[in-house]
Design a binder for this molecule. Structure first.
Ligand code: G6P
Length: 619
C-alpha cells in the first residue's frame, strides 16, 4: 500500500556495490507503488549515521544526493507518499532523533502521534517535520536515555504506538541490526546469504533472495546478516511479555517474476487495489478521528451542505449526503461537479460545499469549489492526494488514506471516501445531538469491523463473482436497481461494469424502473439489485417480482437476513448484516469483483480501459 520500505543488513561486501546503490535499486523496484519523495539512511563504515532524502522522483533525487557515494553494512530506504504533511524534503523519510543516531522509515499512520509528540516535547525533544513518523525515533531515544538497550527501546516505543504501520529502524548504538515492526501495513523479510532484508514488498530484494517470510500483525524483531529474530507481545497473567515466534515453517520460496511481484502477485493493479481495501480502510479509519472533528464541529452550525464530485466520487457524494441527512439531520445535496454551477447559484455564506475527488485535480470539481468560495460558502476538499489542487484551494481538507490508486477504475478510493464521510456524519450527529449515544457507538463499532468484513467478503465472493462473470460477459446490457443507499451503490456498480467490461449498464431508482426501463427487459436481461437496509428490501420486493415476471436474470446483493429477497432472486449474494454506514462500503465489493472478472473474461485490460483517463483535467 502506501509508501515503499527497504531495510538491508549485510556482512563484508556481499552486495558487490556500495550499500547506497543497493538501497536505490531496491527503491526503484518499489516505484510502482506511487510516491512523491525518496530517502535513505545507513550506518557508514566509520559507524556514523548518514541520512539523505528529498522530495522528487528517485532518479532526480539520486542525481542530487548521490546514493553511490555512501557505503556501509546496515541501511534503510523509503519512498514516501504523503499522508501527514505535504511532500517536502523535511517531511521525507527516514526521520531521526535529536542526537542524529537513530533513523526510522514508516508506512501507515500513527493514530496517537499528537499525544506522543506533546509528551516528547515536554521531555525536551525537538521536532522538525509535520509527520506522524518522527515520534518514533524520539521515543526510541527517550527509552535509551532511560537505560534500555536499542532493541528493547525499539520494542518499548512500538508498545506505545496505535494505528496501522510498517516500521524499519537503524541505530548506531547497535549498528548491525535493522529493527522492524508490522501492524496492518505489509512487511516481508528476505533471507539471503550473509545478508538479510526487510521490505514492504518482496520485489525490492528478489535479485538477492527468493526465500521470504510475510510478517503478521503484531510481529516485531530485527535482522542482522546472520540472524533473524521475530517476537510478538503476549499477555501472561495480565502482564505484557515479548515472546519469540517460531517462523521456520512460514518461510516460503517464491517464484514470481519482477513484473508479477510489482503488482504484489496480482494480475492487475485493479485486483491488487480491491484486495488492499482492508488496509486502506484501516488507515482511513485510524486517521479519521483526528482529521474530521474540526469539520464535524463546523457542520453542527450550518444550514446546508452541497457535495460535488465526478464519476465514482459523485457516487460517494451521494452516499455521504444520505448519511449526513440520516445521522446528523442535515440538509445535504449531492451534485455532479459538471452540473454544479446550476445548483450553486443560491449557495451563500453559512453553507458548506464539499469537493470530493480522489485525485484532487478533477477540473469540474475544482471549478465547483472555486464557484462556492466566490459565493461565500465554506469549502472542504475530500481527497486522497495531499496538497493536490482541490485541497490547496479549499478552506479545509480531509483525506482518505487509500494509498496511490493506479487502476483507472476507482475501487479503494470509493470505499475509503464513503467510510471517511460516514465517520464525519456520525461525528456531526454526536456533536449536534441528533444521534443517540447507543446508536453512535453501534455505528462506530461497525466501522471498526469494516476492514475485516471487507477482507472476508473478498475471500467469500471472489470465486463466485468470477463464475458469474462468465454469465455476464456476453450480455450487451444490464440494469442496476436500488433504493436509498442502494441507489448510489447501484450507480457505482453500473459505472464499474461500463468502464472496464464495456457493457451498457444503467442504474435506476428501483421504483422508477417501471416507468420506462422495464420496456427493454426480456428473457435473460440482467437486473442487479443492491439492498443496504431492511426498509429498502421491503420496498424493492415488488420491483424484483416485476423483473422476474419478465424472465430477467435477477441478481441481488443484500443483507443475508432478508429471506424474501433470497427466495425471489436467481443469484443471491448474501452479505453480512451490518449498520448501513459500514454496509455502504462493504456492499460494493461484489460489484467491483464482478466488473473486474467480466472485463478479464472478455480479454480486456481492466487497468487501462479505452477512452478513459485516471484524472480528468479538461472540462
Ligand atoms: C475519472 C476516472 C474515474 C473517477 C473520476 C473522478 O473519470 O476515470 O474513476 O471517478 O475521474 O476522479 P476524482 O479524482 O475527482 O475522484
Amino acid at each position: 500500500m502506501v509508501c515503499g520500505i527497504i531495510g538491508i543488513t549485510s556482512s563484508e561486501d556481499v552486495l558487490d556495490k556500495p550499500l547506497g546503490v543497493s538501497l536505490k535499486e531496491a527503491l526503484k523496484k518499489l516505484e510502482y507503488r506511487g510516491y512523491d519523495s525518496v530517502g535513505f539512511a545507513l550506518i557508514d563504515k566509520a559507524g556514523r549515521l548518514v541520512v539523505r532524502k528529498s522530495k522528487g522522483m528517485i532518479d532526480a533525487v539520486a542525481a542530487k544526493v548521490g546514493f553511490e557515494l555512501f557505503d556501509g553494512y546496515t541501511g534503510i530506504g523509503h519512498t514516501r507518499w504523503a499522508t501527514h504533511g505535504p511532500p517536502s524534503d523535511v517531511n521525507s523519510h527516514p526521520h531521526t532523533d535529536c542526537s542524529g543516531k537513530i533513523a526510522v522509515a514508516h508506512n501507515g499512520i500513527i493514530e496517537n502521534y499528537m499525544e506522543l509528540k506533546e509528551a516528547l516535547i515536554d521531555e525536551g525533544h525537538t521536532f522538525i517535520s509535520e509527520t506522524d513518523t518522527e515520534v518514533i525515533p524520539h521515543l526510541i531515544e527517550e527509552f535509551e536515555k532511560k537505560g534500555f538497550k536499542p532493541y528493547e527501546a525499539f520494542k518499548k516505543a512500538v508498545e506505545l504506538l496505535r494505528g496501522a504501520y510498517a516500521i524499519v529502524a537503524i541505530d548506531v548504538n547497535d549498528p548491525r541490526k535493522v529493527f522492524f515492526a508490522r501492524n496492518t501495513s505489509p512487511l516481508v523479510l528476505g533471507f539471503g546469504v550473509k545478508a538479510n532484508f526487510v521490505a514492504s514488498d518482496a520485489v525490492a530484494f528478489l535479485n538477492f533472495t527468493r526465500r521470504v517470510l510475510a510478517l503478521r500483525d503484531g510481529e516485531v524483531g530485527y535482522i542482522t546478516p546472520e540472524e533473524v529474530v521475530v517476537e510478538r507481545l503476549e499477555f501472561r497473567e495480565g502482564r505484557p511479555v515479548w515472546v519469540a515466534v517460531d517462523f521456520t515453517s512460514r518461510v516460503k520460496n517464491i517464484d514470481w517474476t519482477v513484473e508479477m511481484a510489482s503488482k504484489g502477485g496480482f494480475k492487475h493493479f485493479m485486483l491488487k487495489e480491491i484486495h488492499e481495501q482492508p488496509y486502506a480502510l484501516a488507515s482511513t479509519i485510524a486517521s479519521a478521528a483526528e482529521s474530521v472533528d474540526k469539520l464535524a464541529k463546523i457542520l453542527t452550525r450550518v444550514d446546508r451542505v452541497l457535495l460535488a464530485g465526478a464519476g465514482t466520487s459523485y457516487h460517494a457524494a451521494y452516499v455521504a449526503a444520505l448519511l449526513l441527512r440520516k445521522y446528523a439531520g442535515l440538509w445535504a445535496l449531492p451534485v455532479v461537479s459538471s452540473e454544479a454551477q446550476w445548483w450553486l447559484s443560491t449557495v451563500k455564506e453559512g453553507d458548506v460545499v464539499l469537493g470530493i475527488s480522489q485525485s484532487g485535480e478533477t477540473i469540474d470539481t475544482l471549478k465547483a469549489v472555486r464557484e462556492a468560495k466566490k459565493r461565500g460558502a465554506l469549502t472542504v476538499a475530500v481527497s486522497n492526494v495531499i496538497d493536490s489542487a482541490i485541497p490547496r484551494e479549499s478552506d479545509i481538507a480531509i483525506y482518505t488514506k487509500a494509498g496511490p490508486e493506479i487502476g483507472v477504475a476507482a475501487t479503494k478510493t470509493f470505499t475509503t471516501q464513503v467510510t471517511l464521510l460516514g465517520y464525519l456524519s456520525l461525528r456531526t450527529g454526536v456533536l449536534n445531538g441528533f444521534l443517540s449515544e447507543s446508536e453512535a457507538s453501534e455505528a462506530f463499532k461497525s466501522l471498526r469491523e469494516l476492514p475485516n468484513l471487507v477482507r472476508h467478503a473478498i475471500n467469500t465472493y471472489e470465486a463466485k463473482m468470477a463464475s458469474l462473470a462468465v454469465e455476464m460477459k456476453d450480455r450487451p446490457n444490464a440494469y442496476f436497481l436500488g433504493r436509498g443507499l442502494g441507489l448510489p451503490l447501484s450507480m457505482e456498480g453500473a459505472l464499474k461494469l461500463k468502464e472496464i467490461a464495456y457493457i451498457h449498464a444503467e442504474a435506476y431508482p428501483a421504483g422508477e424502473s417501471k416507468h420506462g426501463p422495464i420496456a427493454l427487459v426480456e428473457e435473460g436481461f440482467p437486473t442487479i439489485f443492491t439492498i443496504v437496509t431492511a426498509d429498502e428490501g421491503e420496498l424493492i420486493k415488488s420491483n424484483v417480482e416485476e423483473m422476474r415476471a419478465r424472465g430477467s436474470l435477477t441478481i441481488a446483493v443484500f443483507p443475508k437476513n432478508l429471506e424474501d429477497i433470497a427466495r425471489l432472486v436467481k443469484t443471491p449474494i448474501k452479505m453480512p448484516v451490518v449498520k448501513d454506514v459500514a454496509a455502504s462500503a462493504l456492499y460494493i465489493v461484489p460489484h467491483q469483483l464482478l466488473a473486474y472478472y467480466t472485463s478479464v473474461k472478455k480479454g480486456l485490460d481492466p487497468d487501462k480501459p479505452r477512452n478513459l483517463a485516471k484524472t480528468v483535467t479538461v472540462f
